[in-house]
Design a protein around this ligand. Structure first.
Ligand code: FES
Length: 114
């Protein structure tokens, strides 16, 4: 698992009501493209860009905890960021998520880039 560096702030990313269980969406937060997923009522955030090439995982398929890349089919666990299937070998960066009053907040590292 690749964890984000020091968290500078939690930024509002979406409303919980707009992302029901089993759904995911790409959001742009703090200069990053982040994939936000609802897995059985819990929200998880990982980098949206596949670690193999430049595909957007939000255009892929979410099944349970697993997202499948739309380009070459690598699968990642959105809860841990773990790469589970080649050709991708590198894990996705994960971000802390908070739910406050129906708002989904994501912790982004200082500076906006690694
Ligand atoms: S770009 Fe995702 S597996 Fe190749």
């Amino acid at each position: 698992m690749v964890r984000a560096g020091s968290v500078s702030a939690f930024v509002e990313a979406a409303q919980a009501a707009e992302l029901p269980p089993g759904r995911m969406k790409r959001i742009d937060v703090g200069g990053r493209r982040i994939l936000l997923a609802n897995v059985a009522g819990r929200f998880y955030a990982v980098d949206d860009t596949c670690t193999h090439e430049e595909a957007s995982l939000s255009k892929g398929f979410l099944k349970g905890e697993l997202v499948k890349c739309p380009l070459h089919g690598s699968r990642f666990n959105v809860c841990t960021g773990k790469a589970l299937e080649e050709p991708a070998e590198e894990d996705l960066r994960t971000y802390p998520v908070r739910l406050e009053g129906g708002h989904i907040l994501i912790g982004v590292p200082e500076g906006g880039t690694p």
